[in-house]
Design a protein around this ligand. Structure first.
Ligand SMILES: NC(=O)c1ccc[n+]([C@@H]2O[C@H](COP(=O)([O-])OP(=O)(O)OC[C@H]3O[C@@H](n4cnc5c(N)ncnc54)[C@H](O)[C@@H]3O)[C@@H](O)[C@H]2O)c1
Ligand SMILES: [Zn+2]
Ligand SMILES: [Zn+2]
Length: 397
């Protein structure tokens, strides 16, 4: 089959690889019809190289049609249309039954001391072959796959794999009080979706911050008040002016480790991706390698006693943080990978709503064949060609 394969820093290719097969009774095989490229894939493209192995299949936002199931998989059958959550979770351990599927104890990665296995996501998370491929082996398929109805286009459902539950959790964790205000840092797919969900949930003031013109425009078009970081000036002051002089009740950081505006850490990033793997891996596991510009902005912006919800991914072990400011401002801090299955039942009514209140059908800016992946990664990373969300569709040629 064809699959998007990691070969090195900024080097992904579409290769011919063996078809996946059922290996455990709890497995399923799906034929992928749509599969997203995520901001998290960009970390693998650039910074997380030391944890990647040449030949790894990328991707964690797939949906498709069930081809085959193992003997222990009973809630889905060949021919069913399913979305696959990006975390691989068992559904019956302590963490899963407490709604913390991204910490699943059955698929945790003890060697690295990390949480649940993820599709297409480095040795840290199980090195499980990913979903940017014609076919995907789905472990723990007795629980993970979300069955969805036939009829509406893939765009309605595919974001249940990651974007929707991630944004939903970010907004839940942001815990905006009634009548309150929310700033969303980063208007990529995750930040953009956060603004949509927050507005639909009735948050009165939603302000989005980014520096890419078409991303700002997209949010503005959806009724979000935006602030362009590239215009310079005192961001905190500008935001305070829009939030009763106090700062927002809550801030979502939907940027993560590759934020613009942090030259020193940028050097650390370049180092980790240039060093031999063993040394780069150590540096990431022990060093402060994140570009913290967005998180620092969040700390500065949030009002005293307010909440920061981190959905952007960070990866360093010793990042310097302004503890005085965090403590003094009494900041509430919540974060983590999305617990996908936890939120699906809450989100589903919006997804199937005839009116498409989250405008999912026009959320993707690009639908491309799998073979376009190398170009798509490059444009998405450089934020060129108005690319915000790409769906690769193996059926397209
Ligand atoms: N927690 C989870 O489960 C989860 C799931 C999916 C994605 N993520 C993470 O969420 C983040 C966003 O993902 P995405 O797909 O939207 O990616 P993206 O890279 O398209 O979006 C990031 C956006 O942040 C903007 N930005 C950069 N520096 C900024 C700064 N200093 N201030 C404000 N904005 C800035 C960029 O211009 C870009 O538009 C990534 O870190 C990704 O890894 C987390
Ligand atoms: Zn993703
Ligand atoms: Zn579990």
């Amino acid at each position: 089959m064809r699959a998007v394969v990691w070969h090195g820093k900024r080097d992904v290719r579409v290769d011919e690889v063996p078809d996946p097969t059922i290996q455990e009774p709890t497995d399923a095989i799906i034929r992928v019809t749509s599969t997203g490229i995520c901001g998290s894939d960009l970390h693998l493209y650039e910074v997380m190289g030391p944890f990647m192995t040449e030949g790894d299949i990328l991707g964690h936002e797939p949906m498709g049609i069930v081809e085959d199931v193992g003997s222990a998989v009973t809630h889905i059958a060949p021919g069913d249309r399913v979305v696959i959550p990006f975390n691989i979770s068992c559904g019956h351990c302590f963490m899963c039954t407490n709604g913390l599927q991204s910490q699943c104890e059955t698929t945790q990665n003890h060697e690295h001391g990390t949480g649940a296995a993820l599709f297409g996501y480095t040795k840290l998370y199980g090195q499980v072959p990913g979903g940017q491929a014609a076919y995907l082996r789905v472990p723990q398929a007795h629980y993970g796959p979300i069955k969805v109805p036939d009829g509406p286009p893939d765009d309605r459902f595919v974001y249940l794999s990651d974007v929707l539950p991630t944004a939903w959790q970010a907004v839940e964790y942001a815990d905006v009080p009634r009548g309150g205000s929310l700033v969303v840092l980063g208007l990529g797919p995750i930040g953009d979706m956060c603004t949509r969900i927050a507005r639909l949930a009735g948050v009165e003031t939603v302000i989005g911050i980014d520096l890419v013109p078409d991303r700002l425009e997209r949010a503005r078009h959806n009724g979000v008040d935006v602030l362009d970081l590239s215009e310079g000036g005192d961001v905190a002051e500008a935001i305070r002016e829009r939030t009763d002089g106090r700062g927002p009740d809550s801030v979502i950081d939907a940027v993560g480790m590759e934020a613009h505006g942090a030259p020193v850490a940028k050097l650390a990033h370049q180092l980790t991706s240039l060093l031999p793997d063993a040394i780069g891996e150590k540096l990431m596991e022990t060093g402060g390698v994140d570009r913290l510009a967005a998180f620092q902005t969040a700390i500065e912006l949030v009002r005293r006693g307010g909440t920061i919800s981190l959905s952007g991914v960070y990866g360093g072990m010793a990042d310097p943080l302004p503890m005085l400011q965090l403590f003094d401002k009494q900041v509430q801090l919540r974060m983590g990978q999305a617990n996908v299955r936890r939120w699906v039942d809450d989100i589903m009514p919006l997804v199937v709503d005839e009116d498409d209140p989250l405008e999912l059908e026009s959320f993707a800016t690009h639908r491309l064949p799998l073979d376009a992946a190398p170009d798509a990664y490059e444009h998405f990373q450089k934020k060129e060609e108005g690319m915000v969300k790409v769906l690769l569709q193996p059926g397209l040629t």
